[in-house]
Design a protein around this ligand. Structure first.
Ligand SMILES: *Cc1c(COP(=O)(O)O)cnc(C)c1O
Length: 449
C-alpha cells in the first residue's frame, strides 16, 4: 500500500488518532473507520450540517457516507434536531412505555405492507440476531441460509463471508465464532438459483430461514437479478427466495437495515414487492433512527406473537424504544415524503452520470450499479452479482480515487465495497463541488500506483 498523506499533516486528526490507538483497538469503534483498506489517517470530525462535514483541523468535506445511511435528510436537520431537543427536555430514558414507540411502529407499518407488528431494538445487528432467534423458534429448526457478500451485522451466526468491513478487509468471517454457530449457517453465492435448489432438495427440512439483504449493498450495490422459476416464470430473486423458503416450511427474512426507507419510500420492498409475495420478517435500522441508535424487526403477526412476554422467545433491551431515538426516527420519516425520494433519485442520476463520465474520460474500467436511490461504483469492467465478482476489482485504483477526492474535500466511503450515500441536502451546488473534483480523481485512479 502506498503511503497516503493525511488531509492535514501534523494536525489535530493525527494527534487524536495517535491517542485513540493507545486506548481504543485500532483507534476506532467500528473497523471501516480506521481507513485500513485505503491507507492514511481518518479525519476526526467536529461537526456536520446538511451535506457537509467539518473536521477538527477546520477542513470541509462534501459527505457521501451519511453515517452509513441514517443521515438521509442531511446532517443536523432542523426538524430532527428540534424533535430530539424537545424529547430530551422531557427525559432521556424511561425504561417504560412511551408514545414515540407506538408512533414509530405505526409509521413503519404504514409504509411497509408485510410488517404487521414491529419491535424496536438499538441496532441493525440486534434486529437480525433477534429475527433469527424468532425464525428458529417458529420453525423449530436450526439452519440459516445466507448469501456471500451480504452483511447482516456482527451476530455470530451471520459473520460467515459477510460484506461491509468483513469484505473491506478480505476476512473469511471472524475469529471467536464457535464451530457450532458456523455449522448452522449455510452460505450460498448471491443470485445462484441452482445452488439454492440443490441445497433445498437435500437439506430443506433443516432450514429455519433464508436471510438476504433486500438488495446487497455491503459488497457494493447489487440489484436482485430476475430469475427463471422451474415452471418458467420470470420473477425477482427475492420473490424466488420467498417461494423457495415457503415451499420448504422455512421463513424469508429480508434485511432492510440499509435499504429500508432509502431505496424507495417503502424500502426495497417498494421496488420489487407485490401482492404475490412477502418476506415473513424484515429488519430495519439506519434511517429509522435518523442518526440515533435504533433497529427494528417486524413482519407476520403470528410469528411476532412468539416474542416474550406473551411468547417463549426472549428478547429485550434497557434502552429499546428510547424517547430520543424514536423522536429522531419519526422526524426523519416525516421528512421523507414523495418529494424527498424524487430529489434523492435525481441527485443519484446526476452523480452517477458525473462519475461515469469522469471515469470513462480517464479510461478507468468501472461499473455503476444501482437500485432505487442507492448505488455504488465497482472498479472493474463487468457487472457484479456475486461476492466473488465484487472482490475481483481494482481496489488500489479505488484508493487512489478515494484519496484524490478526500484531498479535494469529498468524503467517500473509505472502501470499494460500500454504497455511496446521498441525502436530500445534496443539492446542485453540492453536486457541482463533487463534479469539480471528479476528473482529477479519475485520472489518479487511472495512474499506475
Ligand atoms: C448496517 C447493517 C446491519 C447492521 O446494523 P448495525 O446498526 O451496524 O448493527 C445489518 N444489516 C445490513 C444490511 C446493514 O447494512
Amino acid at each position: 500500500m502506498p503511503q497516503y498523506a493525511t488531509p492535514t499533516p501534523g494536525g489535530l486528526s493525527e494527534e487524536l488518532f495517535a491517542r485513540a490507538r493507545r486506548v481504543i483497538p485500532s483507534g476506532v469503534n467500528s473497523p471501516v473507520r480506521a481507513f485500513g483498506s485505503v491507507g492514511g489517517t481518518p479525519p476526526f470530525l467536529a461537526s456536520a450540517r446538511g451535506a457537509l462535514l467539518q473536521d477538527v483541523d477546520g477542513r470541509e468535506y462534501v459527505d457521501l457516507v451519511g453515517s452509513w445511511g441514517p443521515m438521509i435528510l442531511g446532517h443536523a436537520h432542523d426538524a430532527v434536531v428540534e424533535a430530539v431537543r424537545e424529547a430530551a427536555g422531557r427525559g432521556l430514558s424511561f425504561g417504560a412505555p412511551q408514545a414515540g414507540e407506538v408512533n414509530l411502529a405505526e409509521a413503519v407499518i404504514d409504509r411497509i405492507r408485510p410488517v404487521e407488528s414491529l419491535r424496536l431494538v438499538n441496532s441493525g445487528t440486534e434486529a437480525t440476531m433477534s429475527a433469527l432467534r424468532l425464525a428458529r423458534a417458529f420453525t423449530g429448526r436450526d439452519v440459516i441460509v445466507k448469501f456471500a457478500g451480504c452483511y447482516h451485522g456482527h451476530a455470530d451466526a451471520l459473520l460467515a463471508e459477510a460484506g461491509s468491513g468483513v469484505a473491506t478487509f478480505g476476512m473469511p468471517g471472524s475469529a471467536g465464532v464457535t464451530a457450532a454457530a458456523a455449522k448452522d449457517t449455510v452460505v450460498l453465492p448471491y443470485g445462484d438459483v441452482d445452488a439454492l435448489r440443490t441445497l433445498m432438495a437435500t437439506r430443506g427440512g433443516e432450514i429455519a430461514a433464508i436471510i438476504t439483504e433486500a438488495a446487497p449493498a455491503n459488497m457494493g450495490v447489487v440489484a436482485p437479478p430476475t430469475v427463471l422459476t422451474e415452471d418458467g416464470r420470470e420473477i425477482g430473486f427475492n420473490q424466488l427466495l420467498a417461494e423457495t423458503a415457503h415451499a420448504a416450511g422455512a421463513l424469508l427474512i429480508s434485511d432492510e437495515v440499509l435499504t429500508g426507507f432509502r431505496a424507495s419510500r417503502e424500502g426495497h420492498y417498494g421496488l420489487d414487492g407485490s401482492e404475490e409475495w412477502a418476506p415473513d420478517l424484515l429488519t430495519f435500522g439506519k434511517v429509522i433512527g435518523g442518526g440515533l441508535p435504533v433497529g427494528a424487526f417486524g413482519g407476520r403477526a403470528d410469528v411476532m406473537a412468539l416474542l416474550a412476554p406473551a411468547g417463549p422467545v426472549y428478547q429485550a433491551g434497557t434502552l429499546s424504544g428510547n424517547p430520543l431515538a424514536t423522536a429522531a426516527g419519526l422526524a426523519t420519516l416525516a421528512g421523507l415524503d414523495d418529494a424527498a425520494y424524487v430529489q434523492l433519485n435525481r441527485a443519484a442520476d446526476v452523480l452517477t452520470g458525473m462519475v461515469g463520465e469522469a471515469l470513462t474520460a480517464a479510461g478507468v474500467p468501472h461499473v455503476i450499479q444501482r437500485t432505487g436511490t442507492l448505488f455504488s461504483v465497482f472498479f472493474r469492467d463487468r457487472p457484479v452479482v456475486t461476492y466473488e465478482d465484487a472482490k475481483d476489482q481494482d481496489t488500489a485504483a479505488f484508493s487512489r480515487f478515494f484519496h484524490s477526492l478526500l484531498d479535494a474535500g469529498v468524503y467517500l466511503p473509505p472502501s470499494a465495497f460500500e454504497a455511496w450515500f446521498l441525502s436530500t441536502a445534496h443539492d446542485d451546488a453540492v453536486l457541482d463541488r463533487i463534479g469539480e473534483a471528479l476528473p482529477a480523481a479519475a485520472r489518479a485512479a487511472a495512474a499506475q500506483g
